[in-house]
Design a protein around this ligand. Structure first.
Ligand SMILES: Cc1cc2nc3c(=O)[nH]c(=O)nc-3n(C[C@H](O)[C@H](O)[C@H](O)COP(=O)(O)O)c2cc1C
Length: 394
């Protein structure tokens, strides 16, 4: 197992205390100009470890939350707004610290492992152009990276379920939890690995228990990382059952959801979702990044030997919406199924291509329990605030 470099651990410890300039002021008006100046919350020229600890944002004006009668039940908790951040570099404590003031209520802490694990060598993230909507079948066509741009609604990433120094991670989960107010929820995403399936399921369970002890209120099983060998576990029914049942048995009452990528068709989605729910899952977060080949203008792979990387943001919006519609149909089937001995409701967290306040609201109006955005919020952290302020959501 890889050991963490001494550079990031030292860097992490020294930066954590001073990483965010978070000027909270009483003035509830956010000036448009300040929002336009906000750079992307991920600097593609820096290594992954620096990005997550040096995350900073000025002029964070806390947004008033809706009255309690408008809150909703999510995984057994009262949640103030239906907006969240899925597992990604801005969902560690450094991001939760200010995004929790900006109208988001559900945070899925970026995937952790049972042991420290180095990120793939840089580059880890590149911008890609605003292009046509991608479908599941498109994933064999290469995409050209966007060079010389500062922002783009779509990106590609290849990090590889990195996990920083494990003691630091536990403290950081506790720190993220400490930033939450009433009406906010911390889910922790976990990944397990071993050469044999049963041992891998136990590693998932061990990591989930560790996350629970650190402060997780629910667990997400990352069954869909496109950037690790064999990461697309969600397409294999036997593995889904083994992992979900092992984790649910170990955790007893802590809610467990699964994180899936796009399914090739509705039939496969139904089969896997029945399996996961039968094994004790409470719901699903859809969808993870779409694996694609990313190449330079000269046709060389952007991420070196890693031919595929995960594409997220604007260009997977239609695909994510299609998956949401399939899941909503599954939800009805599940509610009526004789198999729903554990939980009658399948709770749906939807992410993928949410890039505006209107997109956030659209996901909720379509039927998602929680609408989430990673790439959209990396580009514009004010999405939820805009949705709440503009009264687009009531
Ligand atoms: C830089 C980056 C890192 C990510 N890391 C994780 C991760 O650790 N675990 C996970 O389940 N998903 C991860 N994701 C996927 C997101 O949670 C989300 O499923 C995906 O980006 C699609 O949503 P979006 O279009 O709103 O970005 C990552 C996404 C990005 C952009």
């Amino acid at each position: 197992m890889n050991k963490l470099l001494s550079f990031p651990s030292i860097l992490l410890l020294s930066f954590v205390a001073s990483s965010i300039t978070c000027m909270v002021c009483d003035d509830s008006k956010v000036k448009e100009t300040q929002q336009k100046e906000q750079p992307m919350l991920y600097d593609t020229s820096k290594v992954y470890e620096r990005n997550i600890v040096e995350l900073s944002m000025d002029n964070v004006h806390p947004v008033p939350l809706p009255p309690k009668e408008k809150w909703r039940r999510v995984l057994g908790y009262d949640v103030a707004t239906p907006f969240g951040i899925p597992a990604c570099p801005i969902s560690l404590s450094s991001g939760v610290k200010f995004l929790s003031k900006l109208g988001f209520s559900v945070f899925t802490y970026k995937t952790i492992r049972s042991e420290s694990f180095k990120a793939h060598p840089a580059p880890n993230v590149c911008l890609i152009p605003n292009m046509k909507q991608l479908s599941y079948a498109d994933n064999k066509q290469p995409i050209h990276a966007l060079e010389d741009a500062k922002k783009s609604p779509s990106i590609a990433c290849s990090i590889g379920n990195a996990c920083l120094d494990i003691e630091w991670v536990k403290e950081d989960i506790a720190r993220a939890r400490s930033y939450l107010q009433e009406g906010q929820l911390l889910i922790v995403s976990v990944y397990g690995v071993a050469s044999e399936m049963r041992a891998a399921a136990q590693d998932f369970a061990y990591t989930a228990l560790m996350a629970q002890k650190a402060g997780a209120q629910a667990i997400e099983l990352n069954l869909s990382c496109p950037n690790v060998n064999g990461g697309l576990l969600y397409l294999q029914s036997d593995k889904v059952y083994e992992i979900v049942s092992t984790v649910c048995t170990a955790l007893k009452d802590l809610p467990v959801i699964i994180k899936v990528g796009a399914f090739p068709d509705e039939e496969t989605l139904n089969e896997i979702m029945f399996t996961a729910m039968r094994a004790g899952a409470r719901g699903v977060c859809s969808m993870n990044c779409l694996p694609m080949q990313i190449i330079t203008a000269e046709g060389k792979p952007v991420f070196g030997k890693r031919i595929h990387a995960g594409v997220s943001g604007g260009c997977i919006k239609d695909l994510a919406l299609e998956q949401l519609h399939f899941l909503l149909k599954f939800k009805e089937k599940w509610a009526q199924s004789k198999m729903n001995i554990h939980h009658t409701e399948c709770e749906i967290f939807s992410t993928g291509g949410v890039a505006s306040a209107a997109d956030l609201i659209d996901r909720v109006n379509c039927g998602a329990q929680i609408a989430m955005s990673a790439t959209g919020v990396i580009n514009n952290p004010y999405l939820a605030q805009q949705a709440l302020r503009n009264k687009l959501f009531s």
